[in-house]
Design a protein around this ligand. Structure first.
Ligand SMILES: [Zn+2]
Length: 136
């Protein structure tokens, strides 16, 4: 694993389990036991009904591109070698949206609503990032 120069996520009490499961190539989201709706980003109160009865469930890892942009200027020194790169908002089949990037994709084929699936990129010993690629 080479030295990773991009910013890393801040792993805290609410997000520790999410990142731990990413290391096992599992994409987790939360689900409210009361209203049954899925929740992302991780938190301890349901944003829909204010219940604190929340559990972790494994996402299918499948979804579609809700929106995207192509960055032609690096968002920081660590991104210099990656331009142009894709920043995308993925709407998972569970209904929640997750900011990520699209990999293994011809940029000229990018379109909103394109079906995508998660792929895991172990960037450091502690952090594995969920990224998305087109479903072929
Ligand atoms: Zn709820």
């Amino acid at each position: 694993m080479q030295h990773y120069e991009k910013p890393l996520p801040l792993i805290d009490h609410d997000t520790r389990y999410f990142w731990k499961q990413c290391k096992q190539n599992k994409l987790m989201v939360q689900q409210c036991k009361d209203c049954k709706r899925h929740i992302f980003y991780p938190r301890n109160i349901c944003p829909h009904c204010m219940s604190d009865e929340i559990e972790w469930v494994e996402s299918s890892g499948k979804g579609k591109i809700y929106s995207y942009t192509v960055a032609h200027r690096a968002g920081g020194p660590g991104f210099q070698d990656n331009v142009p790169y894709i920043i995308a908002l993925i709407e998972l089949d569970e209904g929640v949206r997750m900011m990520s990037t699209i990999v293994n994709c011809d940029r000229s084929k990018l379109v909103c609503d394109m079906p995508v699936e998660v792929v895991f990129d172990p960037v450091t010993e502690d952090v594995t990032l969920p990224k998305f690629q087109p479903v072929v």
